[in-house]
Design a protein around this ligand. Structure first.
Ligand SMILES: Cc1cc2nc3c(=O)[nH]c(=O)nc-3n(C[C@H](O)[C@H](O)[C@H](O)COP(=O)(O)OP(=O)(O)OC[C@H]3O[C@@H](n4cnc5c(N)ncnc54)[C@H](O)[C@@H]3O)c2cc1C
Length: 435
């Protein structure tokens, strides 16, 4: 079975590794960029996705680079603490939550693809322009993205769209869908080198849905030197009277634009204005997603990651859900009797699961308490219990974990998605996966 993977981002690389691990060898990854560059800022790999990367033998690489996030804390715009919970192994998971530079995460996956599959399986400079199905084969045509010149064609038994939020494959399958939907929130994202704050492994979000900041450290190398590389994102509702900002991942902005709304965020535990001023480059991005799709099952073509379910970056699940997609699709392709049955099974499991996360993120996900407190006590509070009960806060945190698939008890006890036995042998089609 020949599988063409369109896009060598987090999802495409994870799929290549998952397929290889599942014994599927005839794989090619077609990436639009001329080289795999380690772009981006911070990203989270939640315990449910770390489990999958650990089962693919990548836990040590992740741990050497990223920070095992130990707690997640919410503060109001006045710097009053609303909620705090342990994260990762501190919360009883068998796997850590890893906060990491997206480029370094991509680098880990990329190096593993080169080492395990060989460099010939990765075709950079191949931007998918067109695809079509004829009988049991999928045909793809590639161009050089800059010049538009044809660079080649490919045929495969299955084509998986891992081509991100502006997916050409999705546009082909759903021609009337249009661009991603913007909720009017603009995000400024950057990293700043500095001192550790709170536990040194804490992730915070402070503010409300209209104006807030997320900060977490992402570098083990910095931590070992007693420093921190703090990733930050400021989010401001800017829709009124301002055009939608550019939608690519490398659009830079002025530091002053990110700074202005946060002048009052000089909290005792973290001086947010100083953090913003300390960034070397700031990237601007609109908070966008797309509606869940009625199907990802197009016989010999399917979708994965942001191409399938772009979501607001709330709750740290974008990359994690792409990694889970990859593992489930690989398992189904290895165990189902046909490609059609595998794609149908993948669609049946992953589409509703990720649709629920897209919708939960629109409601603020685990960060919804910020909106509740802003609504009920915009000028601050003397006693948090008068504003929101402990039970309400606990239920928001628990419900999101259930929705996104990282409820600790369920995750710790669910069977592996691997198709290998404890001794490394591959299971045969028709056998249930190991516990
Ligand atoms: C350059 C870049 C920087 C990012 N930075 C961050 C960040 O800092 N923080 C964060 O939370 N998320 C970031 N993301 C998004 C994040 O990686 C995804 O939300 C998530 O990891 C899901 O991964 P994905 O593989 O589905 O999509 P992506 O990681 O976006 O990967 C899509 C890949 O497909 C390639 N591609 C696109 N169109 C075509 C085509 N027609 N033919 C072939 N290849 C194509 C792209 O070049 C890219 O490599 C970034 C994405 C990119 C592309």
């Amino acid at each position: 079975m020949k599988v063409a993977i369109i896009g060598g981002g987090i999802g495409g690389m994870a799929l290549a590794l998952a397929l290889h691990d599942a014994g599927l060898a005839d794989i090619a990854v077609y990436e639009s960029a001329l080289a795999v560059k380690e772009l981006g800022v911070g990203i989270n790999v939640m315990p449910h996705a770390v489990r999958e990367l650990a089962e693919l033998g990548l836990l040590d690489d992740l741990a050497a680079v990223g920070i095992p996030t130990a707690e997640f804390v919410l503060y109001s715009k006045h710097g009053q603490r609303i909620w705090g919970e342990p994260r990762g192994q501190a919360a009883g998971y068998r796997w850590p939550q890893v906060s990491i530079h997206r480029g370094e995460l991509l680098g880990i996956l990329h190096r593993a693809v080169l080492a395990r599959l060989g460099p010939a399986r990765l075709r950079t400079g191949h931007h998918l322009a067109r695809l079509g199905q004829a009988g049991d084969r999928v045909r793809a045509e590639f161009v050089d993205r800059a010049s538009g010149a044809a660079v080649g064609r490919a045929e495969a038994d299955l084509l998986v769209a891992c081509d991100g939020i502006h997916s050409v494959v999705r546009q082909t399958l759903y021609p009337d869908e249009g661009p991603p939907q913007w909720n009017g929130v603009t995000m400024w994202r950057a990293v700043t080198e500095g001192e550790p704050f709170l536990s040194g492994r804490t992730m915070i979000r402070a503010g409300d849905f209209g104006r807030s900041v997320v900060v977490y450290p992402i570098s083990r190398r910095h931590e070992e030197r007693g420093h921190a590389l703090n990733n930050w994102v400021t989010l401001v509702k800017t829709a009124d009277g301002r055009p939608m900002p550019a939608q690519d991942w490398v659009h830079t902005a002025r530091i002053e634009d990110a700074l202005a709304p946060f002048a009052a965020f000089g909290f005792p535990f973290l001086d947010v204005p100083a953090l913003i001023r300390g960034a070397a480059a700031v990237y601007q991005y609109p908070m966008v997603d797309r509606d869940p799709l009625p199907t990802w099952d197009f016989g010999r073509v399917t979708l994965l990651g942001d191409a399938a379910h772009p979501m607001y970056p709330v709750g740290g699940n974008g990359a994690s859900q792409a990694i889970l997609d990859a593992r489930v699709l690989a398992r189904e392709l290895a165990l189902q009797p046909s490609i059609a049955a595998a794609v149908a099974a993948y669609d049946a499991v992953r589409r509703p699961a990720t649709a629920a996360v897209v919708l939960a993120n629109r409601e603020g996900g685990p960060e919804r308490p910020l909106a509740l407190v802003e609504e009920r006590a915009p000028d601050g509070f003397a006693n948090l219990d008068d504003v929101v009960s402990r039970e309400e806060l606990e239920e928001i945190a628990r419900a999101y974990k259930r929705t996104a698939g990282f409820d600790p008890e369920t995750l710790n006890n669910r069977p592996s998605l691997s198709v290998r036995t404890a001794t490394g042998d591959l299971l045969q089609a028709g056998t249930p996966p190991p516990a």
